[in-house]
Design a protein around this ligand. Structure first.
Ligand code: PEP
Ligand code: MG
Length: 585
């Protein structure tokens, strides 16, 4: 048995035979073209693009039919590539001026563009190279007879292994017989990761060459939660994975009953359970897991997907769709949080020497007021399609909040003057994710409608540990006294001012912490769809009085180690007691 380590891009477990996907890459030969044949080459290019366009449309329809409109829309970026003026101009110029054949002219244009994207240190752009290459190969195939040479779907339930799957390959595979994905390339933001999560299929990406070496029929065990692939697992491991995969189904089925039930404790304390999403395709999963709304919509991902700065109307269209699909449940739009590790050249946020302390979040938005106001206007307009709230990232003090609210006031005044339907009085909140915001929470609470605690950044800034640096990741301690005190301070400040406080950082997905968060008095918890039912279940089983005493115990600890040990012990004892009482384990 061999263990391959990668990145767990979609959680869950799978055991099965490998089905490899290796599409032959077409590398066109360059040939000289006579002047009289230039129009012929241009026509060949036009026809090849048209064939590619038809294929992508068909695939998009198939994906929409199987998975829903947002998944289908993933391929729309490829249609945009086919219409890209720069690609057309450069290809036609090479045919006309250098007199080379259309395939070679097109492949070179795409190659140049891909090289430029690869120079940008941003996963989103690397994913775009994937799209570009996918489109390139499709168009090149269109020069011959236009036949679709797509991946062959597995005939039996299998684990798909490939160097990298493009969105259209993934779409062509469909969902049948796909148990999991193992890929050499890609990260958490790659399309295959997004689609795998949406399908609820485990995926391990970033295997750096090991996936391509797997052969058809090899048996592998995929641990999408831990980011591991076990090749030719021994009998014990096979047994363990069979149990894990069966448990997965059983756990999901068991938790499904929670979907329409509120997160209310036996002594009547209610917590709003919301979902964090990055892209519209996650809405269905959020609803299926019983989300009462979207507690954090990271809007920057929508911008990254778009590839260019979306206009106000573009944004309204995307936001409206999400708000409408949530059917009256609130959607909290977090305004652009670029900067830090989320740089994007086209937005003008650059890599910086000390990026997490740099031009990030609200700082970037306030410095780009036109961009910011456009987004804010789109959010006020989207509120008319259902229920929306708005919140600002990376706030460090009241000045920033006031300036941001000024932009909101301008946005509302302009929308009224323009006669565009909007809701002028939506709730406006602040993410509490800097120590400054925690310490100034009482001041901020007087001037906003809610708080949402972003523990990913709050822990990073409070414990001075870069959240992207694996050498200091051991310092990520949600139960560190400084972190727990910060949450408590924030919640108390909110309640003293009569506003609500939620939490949307990753610590919300740790079931062991659910009771503590509940006991700290949070009114709302926003987490990944997959984690939501388990957190809800803990709240439904735990009297608030008990959760408060757990929180108080932990707040009295001196170190994170002590707190972790105490909590582990407490959870084990409670499990035993509940089992003895005949209640839920
Ligand atoms: C956070 O910081 O906890 C948060 C939710 O925002 P992000 O992870 O997008 O920075
Ligand atoms: Mg944050």
């Amino acid at each position: 048995m061999r263990t391959l380590a990668g990145i767990g891009a979609s959680p869950g477990f799978a055991l099965g035979p490998i089905h490899t996907i290796r599409l032959a890459t077409i590398v066109p030969r360059r040939r000289a073209v006579a002047v009289k044949d230039v129009p012929v080459e241009i026509e060949r290019f036009r026809v090849a693009v048209e064939r590619a366009r038809d294929q992508i449309r068909d695939l998009s329809e198939q994906l929409t039919h199987e998975l829903g409109s947002e998944e289908g829309a993933i391929l729309s970026s490829q249609l945009l590539i086919l219409e890209d003026e720069m690609i057309w101009d450069a290809t036609l110029a090479a045919i006309r001026l250098e007199r080379i054949n259309a395939e070679a002219a097109f492949a070179r244009t795409v190659g140049d563009l891909a090289a430029r994207f690869l120079e940008i240190e941003d996963a989103t752009f690397r994913d775009r190279v994937n799209d570009l290459r996918d489109v390139e190969q499709r168009v090149l195939r269109g020069f011959t007879d236009g036949a679709v040479v797509g991946p062959v779907p597995p005939a039996v339930p299998s684990i798909i292994a490939s160097r990298n799957l493009t969105p259209s390959d993934t779409a062509a595979l469909g969902r049948y017989n796909v148990l999991g994905f193992v890929m050499d390339e890609g990260g958490n933001t790659s399309h295959v990761a997004i689609l795998a999560r949406s399908l609820g299929v485990p995926a391990v990406v970033g295997l750096r060459g090991a996936a391509a070496q797997l052969a058809v029929g090899d048996i592998v065990a995929v641990d999408g939660t831990g980011g591991q692939v076990l090749v030719e697992p021994d009998d014990d491991t096979r047994q363990r994975f069979s149990v894990l995969t069966r448990q997965q189904v059983v756990v999901n089925e068991k938790l499904a009953y929670l979907r329409d039930l509120p997160a209310i404790s036996p002594d009547g304390r209610r917590v709003q359970m919301m979902a964090n999403i990055e892209l519209p395709i996650e809405v269905e999963e959020a609803l299926a897991r019983g989300a009462e709304g979207i507690g954090l919509l990271r809007t920057e991902y929508l911008f990254f997907q778009h590839g260019t700065i979306p206009t106000e109307d573009d944004q309204v269209r995307i936001y409206n769709e999400i708000v409408r699909r949530m059917g009256g449940r609130p959607v909290i739009f977090r305004t652009l949080d670029v900067g830090g590790d989320k740089v994007s050249d086209y937005l003008g946020a650059k890599r910086e020497y000390n990026p997490f302390l740099g031009w990030r979040g609200i700082r970037f938005s306030l410095a780009n007021r036109v961009l910011f106001k456009t987004q804010v206007k789109a959010i006020y307009r989207a509120a008319a399609a259902g229920s929306a709230k708005l919140m600002f990232p990376m706030i460090t003090g009241v000045e920033e909040l006031r300036q941001a609210r000024e932009v909101c006031a301008e946005a509302v005044a302009e929308l009224a003057a323009e006669g565009k339907p909007h809701v002028p009085d939506i709730q406006v909140g602040v993410m509490i994710e800097t120590p400054a915001a925690v310490l100034a929470a009482d001041l901020l609470a007087r001037e906003c409608d809610f708080f949402s605690i972003g523990t990913n950044d709050l822990i990073q800034y409070t414990l001075a540990m870069d959240r992207g640096n694996s050498r200091v990741s051991y310092l990520y301690r949600p139960l560190h006294p400084a972190v727990l005190r910060s949450i408590k301070l924030t919640v108390d400040a909110a309640h003293n001012a009569g506003i609500w406080a939620g939490l949307c950082g990753e610590m919300s997905a740790e079931t062991r912490l659910a009771e503590v968060l509940f006991g700290l008095g949070l009114d709302e918890i926003s987490t990944h769809g997959a984690a939501l039912p388990k957190v809800k279940q803990v709240i439904r089983w735990t009297p608030y009085s008990e959760a408060r005493s757990v929180a108080d115990h932990l707040l009295a600890m001196t170190t994170a180690d002590e707190a972790d040990a105490w909590l582990a012990d407490y959870i084990a004892t409670r499990k035993r007691e509940r089992a003895a009482e005949g209640g839920p384990a």
